[in-house]
Design a protein. Structure first.
Length: 346
């Protein structure tokens, strides 16, 4: 059968299988930015490709919902999904997606739950799951305070202390430490005590207490970096302790705590508080990672050789796309833009 769009049933079935193959690759645990870029390029080929991707995505989410979690068995009904209205009807503006039982039966438990990829399509945009983007975790969603891409927020704490939240940051308030305190769930924040008072920040396996000053803390997973900006900061990890003065920095994770490093530049580190980002000879791959923290959508770097090239510059958080022009001029980067605020650098 040939639909009004000119696609045959066999062609649409092939596209749906290709969409599933792309999703399975992204959730395999071995996906790279090149794989994500390949998906973007595949989806942009035609409306039928986009509808096939949506069908694959909806099917994956449906089966996962039916499973009811990682420990639940796959429900037999998940293999008997009846195809709804024809995909050609979607051309009339309705979001109607077609599923075929034979396609559903090919999906294994490993395909459905084998990785962290989760995608959503709304208004033409795309969010790629935690392995490729920064989809919030359950802890972040339930946090007392949370910021989105490019957003900053100041939270006033008890006793006159305060905390300045950077982009994509989540915190919980703590009342069990006998002083103004927060828990840094994820992201980056500057905690300031009131006058000569104290304030505390819990992050991962450590607790940092500032006296008469302020410090910057950044958390990525269980890795935490604490930098003293003013006053004195005591970082407690297990039975070990590090004392920081201005411009001192220490890093720790669940596995251990490092030595104190001296001479951090506070102006560069906290430029985000004034809405700017400063890069000084930073490898392009790290610059891209930072840009992705502040910018909606996603930037992919598909050229590993370019990733090692150093880049310096100062950028305004609300004008981050200026970065692409400099990358083109300074490093000869090819910049390709796609719907959903996706940019591929090669």
């Amino acid at each position: 059968m040939t639909h009004g769009s000119g696609w045959k049933d066999s062609d649409l079935a092939r596209l749906r299988q290709e969409g599933l193959d792309h999703l399975n690759r992204l959730q395999s645990g071995e996906a790279t930015d090149r794989d994500a870029a390949a998906l973007i390029a595949w989806r942009s080929q035609s409306r039928a490709h986009e509808e096939a991707f949506r069908a694959a995505l909806r099917l994956r989410m449906l089966v996962r919902t039916v499973e009811g979690g990682a420990a639940a068995p796959v429900a037999p009904e998940a293999e008997e999904i009846a195809p709804p209205a024809d995909i050609a009807d979607a051309g009339q503006g309705a979001e109607i997606l077609e599923f075929e039982p034979r396609v559903a039966r090919r999906l294994t438990r490993r395909h459905m739950l084998g990785g962290a990829i989760a995608a959503s399509v709304a208004g033409g945009g795309i969010l790629v799951g935690r392995g490729l983007d920064l989809i919030p975790s359950a802890g972040e969603v339930l946090a007392d305070y949370r910021t989105g891409p490019g957003e900053r927020r100041v939270v006033q704490l008890a006793g006159g202390a305060s905390v300045d939240l950077n982009t994509r940051t989540a915190i919980d308030l703590r009342t069990d430490l006998g002083m103004p305190a927060i828990e840094l769930v994820s992201g980056e924040a500057v905690l300031s005590s009131a006058g000569n008072g104290r304030a505390a920040l819990v992050a991962g396996a450590g607790t940092s207490v500032v006296s008469g000053g302020r410090f910057n803390a950044r958390r990525e997973g269980d890795a935490v970096c604490v930098t003293c900006l003013a006053g004195r900061v005591e970082v407690n990890w297990a039975r070990e302790k590090r004392v920081l003065g201005p411009a001192d920095e220490v890093r720790y994770a669940a596995s251990g705590i490092g030595a104190v490093a001296r001479g951090t530049d506070p102006a560069v580190l906290t430029a985000w508080q004034s809405g700017t980002l400063i890069f000084q000879g930073m490898p392009l791959r790290q610059v891209v990672a930072e840009i992705n923290r502040y910018r909606s959508g996603r930037v992919f770097l598909t050229n590993s050789a370019l990733g090692a090239r150093p880049l310096s510059g100062t950028y305004y958080v609300d004008r981050l796309d200026d970065f692409f022009s400099q990358a083109e001029l300074a490093l000869g980067v090819n910049v390709a833009r796609y719907p959903g605020n996706i940019v591929v650098l090669s």
